[in-house]
Ligand binder design. Structure first.
Ligand SMILES: Nc1ncnc2c1ncn2[C@@H]1O[C@H](COP(=O)(O)OP(=O)(O)O)[C@@H](O)[C@H]1O
Ligand code: SF4
Ligand SMILES: [Mg+2]
Length: 440
């Protein structure tokens, strides 16, 4: 009986504690919301990349949810990067913080309870140059006058003619800047989201609006992000994108409603929307999970093909190791809000080191092995509100040693591309743990 009582004490919070948590939460939330709405000067968030070859660098990112039961540390010190032109796969069991990592990058974490608490997300962006009053600066058409000097070209009413960009919108003066997305105010983030980074979600039916046609929805995104685009050019661009994602009858699909399309077609439409503004980075969060196997393969082929065409990078989030094996150049393995191992796809698939990665590999069905039952990693992920201070995988690990009850293991750089957070390799390599560093 006494045992039951102490058990209860561990799992329940008193009304007084609950009030205290709510008070602290609202204080923290107010502070973060205020920071998001502030009028920030670019100097506050313009920064530099650690490695010039990267397009995104996450460094020690912490994203928490302030819930009434306590703080959920959904992303708890994540560091990794996406090299330009590559596909980085982020894998891990459900609930390990993959989606929250990608939503942090898009600055779409569910507020007010969800907030980026600390850390950096550096992104190489093409930002609009601004004049002294904060307005974007258009680029005008020019011509040579009789003395051979370049002068603005004027239309029949004597007005300067604005140059159009390759998407048919107004061309503005741009500058390449590295920005820290985690520190940007919401306003500045709006110029990046959709234009520079776009996201494909798991379930297209919840992202598409059932009462508007596919064409309406594509055009809407085009009009929103491509300033100065004409009505005709928007439609042209929408149809162009439907064609690019392999839709055989783009004009027909343009007029249809989402419910008239199959799941695979809807996901193609979502990809077309993501591609509308020529983003540098596409974040695909479980893009094939809601689809059946043959359609999955088609969508993955499409993503691969498109990456070549747009010359961009992909961050592919999935719980399915098979998907990353086919697509990714680099793999990041997450567990309970932390990165526990990362390396090239060969590193992770041919030489997995962390007992969790090895367990994930074992639990993947293979065609060349006959088994009665699939392997399942025993035990559960620890409660995200009360994370232990030792290795989060300890209670499920069959390689657990005495040391593993000590503090959370640091990273061991096993090869220049491969690193792992596990005591097994610190002892084998007789190396000191290294502090987190960005690495492809
Ligand atoms: N809106 C939310 N409110 C509270 N907790 C959340 C919310 N969204 C996600 N979480 C928690 O954050 C953790 C990570 O979730 P998520 O990133 O969605 O996992 P996954 O790896 O499956 O994508 C989970 O413990 C989840 O319960
Ligand atoms: S640190 Fe220890 S408990 Fe954690 S994964 Fe490595 S061997 Fe297992
Ligand atoms: Mg998810």
């Amino acid at each position: 009986m006494a045992e039951n009582k102490s058990d209860k004490k561990q799992h329940y919070i008193t009304r007084k504690e609950s009030r205290q948590i709510a008070k602290e939460n609202s204080k923290a939330i107010r502070r973060f919301e205020k920071a998001k709405k502030r009028k920030a000067r670019p100097e506050e968030y313009v920064t530099e990349m650690k490695d010039e070859n990267n397009i995104v660098e996450f460094e020690d990112l912490h994203t928490y949810f302030f819930s009434d039961a306590g703080t959920v540390k959904a992303v708890n010190g994540v560091t990794f990067s996406v090299p330009a032109g590559s596909t980085v796969g982020v894998v891990g069991e459900s609930g390990c913080g993959k989606s929250v990592t990608s939503l942090s990058l898009m600055r779409l974490v569910q507020a007010p309870s969800g907030q980026i608490v600390s850390g950096s997300i550096r992104f190489r962006a093409d930002m609009f140059k601004r004049d002294s009053r904060g307005r974007k600066i258009p680029v005008y058409e020019t011509e040579l006058d009789e003395n051979g000097n370049e002068v603005p070209k004027l239309d029949s009413r004597g007005k300067k003619i604005v140059k159009k960009n390759e998407l048919g919108g107004t061309m503005f003066e741009m500058e390449r800047q590295v920005v820290d997305i985690a520190k940007m105010p919401t306003d500045a983030m709006r110029t990046i989201r959709g234009r520079e980074i776009s996201m494909i979600f798991q379930e297209p039916m919840t992202s598409l609006n059932p009462v508007f046609t596919i064409g309406n929805q594509l055009d809407e995104v085009g009009r929103l992000h491509i300033e100065g685009i004409s009505k005709e050019r928007v439609k042209e661009r929408s149809i162009e994108m439907l064609k690019l994602v392999g839709i055989a009858d783009p004009e027909g699909v343009y007029k249809k409603y989402p419910h008239e399309l199959s799941g695979g077609m809807r996901q193609r439409v979502m990809i077309a929307i993501a591609l509308l503004c020529n983003p540098k980075l596409i974040v695909a969060d479980e893009p094939t999970t809601a689809l059946d196997v043959t359609i999955q393969a088609q969508i993955l082929d499409l993503l691969r093909e498109i990456k070549g065409k747009i010359n961009g990078s992909i961050m592919l989030i999935t719980h399915d190791l098979g998907v990353v094996a086919e697509m990714a150049d680099y793999v990041v393995v997450m567990y309970a809000g932390k990165v526990i191992e990362m390396g090239t796809a060969e590193d992770i698939f041919d030489r997995p080191l962390h007992p969790y990665t090895i367990g994930l590999q074992k639990s993947k069905p293979t065609v060349d092995q006959v088994t009665d039952e699939l392997y399942c990693i025993p035990g559960f992920v620890p409660n995200p509100i009360n994370m232990p201070n030792y290795c989060y995988f300890r209670d499920r690990c069959d390689k657990c040693m005495e040391k593993c009850s000590g503090e959370y293991p640091g990273y061991v750089q096993v090869t220049p591309t491969h690193k792992v957070a596990c005591y097994l390799y610190q002892s084998q390599l007789n190396e000191e743990p290294v502090k987190e560093e960005t690495n492809g």
